[in-house]
Design a protein around this ligand. Sequence first.
Ligand code: PMP
Length: 393
Amino acid sequence: MIDLRDDFPILKNKIYGQRLVYLDNAATSQKPSSVIDAISDFYKYDNSNIHRGVHYLSELSSDRYEEARKKISTFIGSSDPSEIRFTAGTTDSINQVAFSLKSTLMGNEVLISGMEHHSNIVPWQLAEAKIKTIPMDEDCNLLLDSIEITDKTKLIAISHVSNVLGTVNDIKRITEIAKEHDIPVLVDAAQSIQHLPIDVEKIGCDFLAASGHKMYASSGIGVLYTNNRYSDIMPARGGGGMVDKVTFEGSTYLSPPLRYEAGTPNISGAISVNSAIDYMQDIGLDKIRKHEHDVYSYAKERLLDTDGITVYGNNEDMCGSISFNIENIHHYDLGLILDKMGVAVRTGHHCAQPLMKFLGTEGTVRASFALYNTKDDVDILMDSIEKARMMFS
Ligand code: PMP
């Protein structure tokens, strides 16, 4: 068991006089001191705009920004940092792909799963594509043998890990199927990058989107991996920093990644991603995974052992989030009561309304875990649930 709570200043907060049990990590993670210091040090010592200045500070911040790009590139298994562009987050990454591929997607189909976050549904609708879903069984496992690909299928866009259920989808198998039909695959890694090893080259995906704020870095920064095969898709943003020549008649663009990063980027955000990866690597990714697996399995076991609780989804391979409802208590009421006991969970549809419809519920209570959660947190969650049940009985 590792206990990393002391690395996270916010976890020292008392909530209504009690220990903060933060189980809303799928919404956003807390930040370790090292990441907070890296952001603060950047503004204290290195701040300048990047790629444009000839002066010392501009070179320094440009170097630091590019170092961050290299770090995340290696972290997700890309051998070429120019395949990484910084974005504002997963939502922004997916929207950029939707904009760039709009002419191909329009009037055609995007194949997704039934457990997608709205961020992996709405951008395709904005691109005027029709959404088709991969069938799933009642435990919310994708039935990959029943995938239907037609001439109209132009992209498969799939979450690696469900933000509601914690189900881990077999994205390697999905890319294999896609390859047989020569269709690109976008992986939404918002809920996996902080929990599972990711190797874009092994997975064989074409795009991969993730958010900094869910992996211990700051908000407003994200990444989009784009395989070099798609290095010349249309930029979704135009402006300074991405052009070679500009005339009133037309413009030419730089090579990736700068071609895709118009305007001043979130420089301190990129630095926070670098620092967050350092933090995780210093602890040891295997050690983190083992710890998270132990805590998650313990939570799942305890929830499943409790009478009157419905746990949604079931798979050997689950991580991060777990969703449930308790007989006779509305999810929102349970969330409010847990909060009064210092336990932060999320309630509602979790930006996955089609999944809620599939599950036959309006919403769930979601507990979602990070590397600083412990079995003690699970015990407090379970005790608090028991107290809530007594109040409602
Ligand atoms: N996809 C998934 C699976 C998510 O969980 C989230 C965030 N809840 C998003 C996309 C969107 O991420 P962001 O809000 O950071 O853009």
